[in-house]
Design a protein around this ligand. Structure first.
Ligand code: ZN
Length: 432
């Protein structure tokens, strides 16, 4: 039964709050998507159908309409001030733009899948606030089941103290990252014969963003979907050669923290890490177009590379996970040495990508750049991040959604991967 294991969940509580709630969303915008509704029924996930905000900058209330009661966990995070609500997997049928409704202490909120079976809502707060109450009401008086969150403004000291006293849940859904069994150990093939370890080089393909983190958005397209489609096609192309093993950091619309993406590559001793993204320029900041290939550096190659790395590194904050740096278990000096060699390989692969990709895709006027991308920080795995183009540019977006463009560009990236390993084999076979 819902609520049994969570003291915050009060079922059947007859708080007469509904009358005090003002509805901020136009009725037309609340129409549920019937197609999503039927698939949700099939999957039997609870449906979140509407959202309302009420109150002022002292006290703000958030109400989420559901079709059944759920258990949840709510907690706050500092710097920036956020409140996170973790829920079982929900089907969100909220109006487009629902999360931009600003009221009182809530500047905006995001929602989506954060791991298979788990959804999350992340609220950006206007200032320090405590969760005064959070509970789920069962259906009553013609109202559906509702999740209610009541926030109250506090000063920073009180906020920080409340964080310390709270029993902190594990913020990182790290263990949910697939550790595929495709590692280099012996395996049994389809005929039941034991085959020796698979020694083919491992390529990790990393579609950016996912789940609660949409990435850039324009023209009704989300970066997270565009890059997933590209990455899956690239996986198929690279696997088809039979020369490489491939692991994806995600194969569906799930949020994966940046550190976990790097960890997949390191734990599996990957030979190459390719992160796939699509960029966008903010409105009013001119137009840019074409693909860009990024490698890791301490100092950004230019202001645009710096802006982009900052943006991409925000993924963890968007997903609500903690931003604290992870402790390293290797001495810094070793990392430094490994990194130097790794960077040589990363840069070489980036140059190969450039020469292959320019045969099929339009490239940015400065197609090779570098900056401090967190996702490229595996010290021992050559890593490159490809921005396929700008979703903010009309003709780039046309390419990004075109099957023909994707197929050709996937082919050129696969070609570069092949060239990279061919060169590596030659180097390994020579005396230097
Ligand atoms: Zn991105």
């Amino acid at each position: 039964m819902a609520g049994r294991a969570n003291h915050r969940v009060l079922l059947g509580c007859a708080i007469a709050c509904a009358a005090a709630i003002c509805c901020l969303l136009p009725a037309a915008a609340r129409a549920a998507d019937s197609e999503t509704a039927s698939s949700a029924v099939a999957a039997n996930f609870p449906v979140a159908s509407d959202v309302r905000l009420a109150g002022d900058d002292k006290q703000t209330r958030f109400i989420l309409d559901l079709d059944k009661t759920v258990q949840f966990r709510a907690f706050a995070l500092a710097d920036p001030y956020r409140v996170i609500v973790d829920l079982p997997q929900l089907t969100f049928q909220l109006a487009a733009g629902a999360g931009t409704a600003r009221r009182g202490l809530i500047k905006a909120f995001r929602y989506g899948l954060v791991m298979p079976g788990g959804s999350r809502i992340v609220f950006d707060l206007a200032g320090p606030a405590k969760i005064e109450k959070s509970y789920v009401l069962a259906a009553a008086n013609g109202q559906p089941p509702r999740l209610i969150l009541e926030l109250e403004a506090v000063d920073r000291t009180t906020f920080v103290q409340s964080l310390a006293s709270e029993s902190r849940p594990d913020l990182r859904p790290a263990d949910t990252v697939a550790t595929p069994a495709a590692a280099a150990t012996s395996f049994v093939d389809a005929t039941g014969t034991v085959q020796p370890a698979d020694k083919r080089p491992l390529v990790v393909i990393d579609p950016g963003h996912g789940g609660i983190d949409n990435g850039t958005q324009a023209g009704g397209e989300s970066e997270k979907n565009l890059v997933l489609g590209f990455a899956l096609a690239l996986r198929d192309r690279v696997e088809k050669t039979g020369k490489y093993r491939v692991i994806m950091t995600r194969t569906d619309d799930t949020f994966v923290p940046l550190g976990d993406r790097v960890r997949v590559a390191r734990n599996q001793s990957a030979a190459l890490f390719v992160s796939i993204h699509a960029d966008a320029l903010p409105r009013g900041e001119g137009d840019a177009q074409g693909a860009t290939i990024y490698t890791l550096s301490d100092k950004a190659s230019d202001a645009e590379a710096e802006r982009l790395a900052e943006l991409e590194n925000k993924a963890d904050a968007i997903g609500g996970v903690n931003l604290t740096e992870e402790p390293t278990d290797v001495a810094d000096i070793l990392i430094d040495l490994a990194q130097r060699e790794t960077r040589t390989f990363s840069n070489r692969f980036a140059r190969m990508l450039k020469s292959e990709m320019k045969t099929t895709a339009r490239m940015h006027k400065h197609p090779l750049k570098s900056a401090g991308f967190k996702v490229l920080k595996a010290p021992d795995v050559p890593s490159v991040l490809i921005e396929l183009g700008y979703v903010s540019n009309k003709s780039d977006l046309e390419h990004l959604v075109s099957d023909n463009w994707r197929s050709k560009t996937v082919g050129s990236v696969a070609q570069a991967i092949d060239a990279f390993f061919a060169r590596k084999m030659v180097s390994a076979g020579s005396t230097n």
